[in-house]
Design a protein around this ligand. Structure first.
Ligand SMILES: C[S@@+](CC[C@H](N)C(=O)[O-])C[C@H]1O[C@@H](n2cnc3c(N)ncnc32)[C@H](O)[C@@H]1O
Length: 205
């Protein structure tokens, strides 16, 4: 499905980064090692690389990732792309300074699995940054999935990473103008969460 959507001359969500990510990424340390989930055509990975970060971008669409590399070349930055399905991708252990997921809309069971991997794969003190459409987005016809199961409310994100520190956690309505894919006022869940320095996978005693 995504290969067909991306098989076009322009970029479905444009070549500018997601506006929330632009601001949220200010929390990142210099030269951060970042994993971008469901990167698509590369706009967010290229922006982070422009800021001096080392970015690995994964997506299940080879067409999207080919365009991501074309965008990186045009912007004179280097990004690593990996064709991978989040159903089977292993993010590793305490490996990343940040993991980002912008409009990464997965089925509920896979979302839970991915959240557990994010908790494990971030270094202590690492950041999880995400913006996704919330369930109330069904009111609008401005982008995002039409299946309510794929829309994600803030409470669910927070419950899936209970030990994290919430630097920013908001469910809000904002204007999103990103290519022809996101075209106006939308309901979103936004988070900037930090993994505690202690080991959050061990129960507290
Ligand atoms: C709405 S697009 C967002 C793309 C990009 N993050 C952006 O904001 O421009 C959703 C992306 O999720 C990817 N995706 C969906 N399911 C996936 C899965 N199981 N594993 C990896 N990528 C997936 C799609 O290929 C698509 O590129």
């Amino acid at each position: 499905m995504w290969n067909e959507k991306y098989d076009r001359d322009d970029f479905l969500y444009g070549t500018e980064p997601n506006e929330f990510l632009r601001i949220a990424s200010l929390v990142l340390p210099e030269n951060a090692n970042i994993l971008s989930l469901a990167e698509g055509e590369g706009r967010n990975a290229c922006y982070l690389a422009q800021q001096g970060h080392q970015v690995t971008a994964i997506d299940a669409s080879e067409v999207g990732l080919e365009k991501a590399q074309i965008l990186a070349e045009a912007q004179n930055v280097t990004i690593t792309t990996q064709l991978a399905d989040l159903n089977s991708y292993d993010m590793g252990t305490e490996q990343w300074d940040a993991i980002i997921a912008i409009f990464c809309h997965l089925a509920p069971r896979l979302r839970q699995k991915v959240a557990k991997q994010v908790i494990k794969a971030l270094k202590p003190g690492g950041f999880y940054i995400s913006e996704v459409y919330a369930k109330a987005q069904l009111q609008h016809n401005t982008g995002g999935p039409k299946d309510p199961d794929l829309l994600i409310d803030l409470v669910e994100i927070q419950q899936s990473m209970p030990q994290f520190n919430w630097i920013h956690a908001e469910q809000t309505e904002r204007e999103i103008l990103e290519g022809t894919g996101h075209t106006g006022i939308g309901w979103v869940s936004q988070v900037i969460a930090q993994k505690p320095i202690g080991n959050p996978t061990r129960p507290r005693t």
